[in-house]
Design a binder for this molecule. Structure first.
Ligand code: Z5A
Length: 224
């Protein structure tokens, strides 16, 4: 059997609206951490490679129609099915996870739909108890600037009004987490150059990794 790592890995989540640069920054961050000699694993949600993820993919591409609550549960199930591997990576392997979207996207997007706008608590409830991030890095960009990065793609939520509502919901979720005091948010101005954004993210993540290693806290339970 492999020796148990000296400390668990840090769970870092990148969040933001469409086109904020999460995917670009996630891969740069993995390279940076590996360059520092730290184990780093990339994850992303939705994970379209699973059976649940395939249903989500069909929905996002408008190849199927689903009730708003049903698809919210699928996005949540897609995280729950990954949770054992996520824990194993953090605890048994001691590797850091860089995750492109997670539960906050789930709540922000679903609760931006008219049918669920008064159901924030229900939306959050589905993800209560998942592994909690050690840091949320929110890549903040104004809608007008994000739009200049090319026209929206054809997926279901890639529309201006939806993205504006989502951005407001993210702020609300940030306030709720800050009040609760367990999951720290870091807001990074994503309208800067790729390199400038990267420098800020590297600093936040290096500090978070150090904190996780020195404090020896177990992986938290989300919103519990
Ligand atoms: N969703 C949900 O409803 N419920 C859930 O529980 C979850 C998600 C988890 C698909 O997500 C949809 O699912 C998403 C939320 C919803 N709907 N929307 N919108 P996804 O993560 O698969 O797809 P995405 O959000 O559309 O991500 P993306 O297209 O991969 O965007 P990104 O990662 O933020 O950006 P990027 O690919 O890194 O960059 C976009 C472009 O900008 C690209 O050409 C880059 O080269 C360029 N770029 C990046 N950074 C810069 C800077 N700094 N300057 C200039 N240009 C830049």
């Amino acid at each position: 059997t492999a020796a148990k790592p000296a400390s668990r890995g840090a769970f870092i989540v990148l969040e933001g609206v469409d086109r904020c640069g999460k995917t670009t920054q996630a891969s740069l961050l993995i390279k940076h951490l590996v360059g520092l000699g730290l184990a780093a694993v990339a994850m992303r949600f939705p994970d379209r490679t699973t059976m649940v993820g395939d249903l989500i993919n069909q929905y996002l591409q408008s190849k199927s129609e689903l009730d708003d609550r049903a698809v919210h549960l699928l996005f949540s199930a897609n995280r729950w099915e990954a949770a054992p591997a996520l824990r194993k990576t953090l605890i048994d392997d001691g590797a850091n996870i860089i995750c492109d979207r997670y539960a906050h996207s789930g709540v922000a997007f679903s609760s931006s739909k008219p049918s669920l706008e008064d159901n924030l608590d229900w939306c959050r409830a589905c993800d209560v108890g998942l592994p909690a991030p050690d840091a949320i890095i929110f890549l903040d960009i104004a809608q007008e600037e994000a739009e200049q990065r090319g026209g929206y793609g054809g997926e279901r939520y890639e529309k201006k009004e939806m993205q504006q509502r989502v951005r407001k919901r993210f702020s609300q979720l940030q306030e709720m987490d800050e009040k609760d005091g367990r999951i720290p948010w870091f807001i990074v101005n994503a309208a800067q150059t790729i390199e400038e954004v990267q420098i800020e993210i590297n600093e936040i993540v290096e500090k978070t990794v150090e904190k996780v290693q020195s404090e020896e806290q177990p992986v938290g339970l989300l919103w519990k």
